[in-house]
Design a protein around this ligand. Structure first.
Ligand SMILES: Cc1cc2nc3c(=O)[nH]c(=O)nc-3n(C[C@H](O)[C@H](O)[C@H](O)COP(=O)(O)O)c2cc1C
Length: 376
């Protein structure tokens, strides 16, 4: 049967089971990590989050929203954490709800570095970063958006403590019932701040040469692998991303080929790559051939950004990726997999309810109507 790109059930293996680490996923469609800021003020997940993720459990894999590894790692109000017993306990009904529906769920481990604000920091302190370089932009605080501030450069002696916090958070993730973790090394947060020359002016062992700028990322990976086992650990990179005032290196290709080469010995569950810049163009000026990263990496490759049904099917047909992650489409289409399978219309997401609030724009997006199903 020919492969249909328009509106008919098709035979794409996007919709067929696939192996990822120790898990046989129901399909190759992944829910990308999406911060929704619905947790309590002290980062404890709420019951609504169990409902939200369970509604989306037909994804082959859910990567739950970026989750703080420590109070210092927090940069957005009402984001969840994995550093207190209450948080671990409150995640358990979330992971159980997804498992009860036959789904799989990882969690993304997060330290925002300089993308924070004193009102979100312990004791009202300054956010930390590899170097004291002011980012442009605003922080989402409990009292609305506020300008980012000049961060404090981390002392060399503080860095191993942060690496340990990643390890503890990773172990906590398993205790909370997650099937694995994704290391957030994308979108201008702490790990990417270390990796890139524009945000790392350090002269110690964590800055200067490419080797040294990549050291923090690799130490975090080693620690997280130690806690979870490599086959339960993925990593997210945005090699050409500009999010959060991040500037790609002049030779991004060398930077990221180096990273992937160094990641290979770990045997990670997957490499997750954001094409272009997240929520922006899929291709940006000066971009190198991101497939080079896939060719270099020794495991499954997950691609994200701006995918629709046709692009996802084509990328599988031409073997451009092993898994395809969808972000915004999962916000407004809890049954995205079914809709993609039959080529049904997708509902648009309401940006006003992306961050903060309750059920509105979170758990109240309906599954497709019978009319949509018939029209497909
Ligand atoms: C509301 C919202 C929250 C997001 N939160 C995260 C996050 O927590 N971690 C992350 O790595 N990316 C985050 N992203 C980026 C998405 O994972 C994804 O890369 C982006 O939306 C592009 O994919 P899409 O075109 O399929 O939406 C977020 C995007 C949106 C719209």
């Amino acid at each position: 049967m020919p492969l249909s790109l328009t509106g008919k059930p098709d035979t794409s293996d996007l919709f067929l089971p696939a192996q990822l680490g120790p898990y046989t996923l129901a399909n190759r469609i992944v829910m990308a990590p999406l911060t929704r800021s619905r947790a309590s003020e002290d980062g404890v997940p709420v019951p609504l989050m169990a409902q939200y993720y369970a509604q989306r459990a037909s994804a082959g894999l859910i990567i739950a929203e970026a989750t703080n590894i420590s109070p210092q790692g927090r940069g957005y109000a009402f984001t969840p954490g994995l550093y207190t017993p209450q948080q671990v306990e409150a995640w358990q009904p979330v992971t159980r709800a997804v498992h009860d529906k036959g789904g799989r769920i990882f969690v993304q481990l997060w330290h925002v570095g300089r993308i924070s604000h004193p009102s979100l920091q312990p004791g009202g302190g300054l956010p930390v970063a590899p170097s004291a370089i002011l980012p442009r932009g605003k922080a989402f605080t409990a009292s609305g958006y506020q300008p980012l501030v000049m961060p404090r450069a981390l002392n060399t002696g503080e860095i191993s403590g942060i690496v340990s916090q990643y390890k503890v958070a990773a172990a906590n993730a398993l205790a909370a019932g997650f099937d694995g973790v994704e290391i957030h090394a994308a979108n201008g947060y702490l790990i990417e701040q270390f990796l890139r020359e524009a945000t790392n002016r350090r002269t110690d062992d964590y800055g200067g040469t490419l080797e040294k700028r990549a050291r923090f990322l690799l130490e975090v990976t080693a620690a997280v692998v130690d806690a979870c086992g490599a086959d339960r650990v993925g990593i997210r990179l945005s090699p050409m991303g500009h999010a959060n005032d991040s500037t790609p290196d002049t030779d991004s290709r060398s930077t990221y080929l180096h990273v992937v080469e160094r990641l290979n010995p770990f045997g990670l569950a997957y490499l997750h790559v954001i094409l272009g810049t997240a929520q922006g163009p899929r291709h940006v000026p000066g971009e190198f051939e991101l497939q080079d990263l896939r060719r270099k990496f020794h495991g499954p490759y997950m691609a994200n950004n701006g995918y629709d049904r046709e692009r996802a099917i084509l990328d599988r047909r031409y073997n451009q990726a092993d898994f395809i992650a969808f972000g915004r489409a999962f916000i407004s289409n809890p049954d995205l997999v079914d809709r993609l399978r039959i080529g049904a219309r997708l509902s648009p997401a309401d940006h006003q309810t992306f961050f903060g609030g309750g059920a509105a724009g979170y758990t109240d997006y309906p599954c497709m109507s019978e009319a949509d199903r018939i029209a497909a």
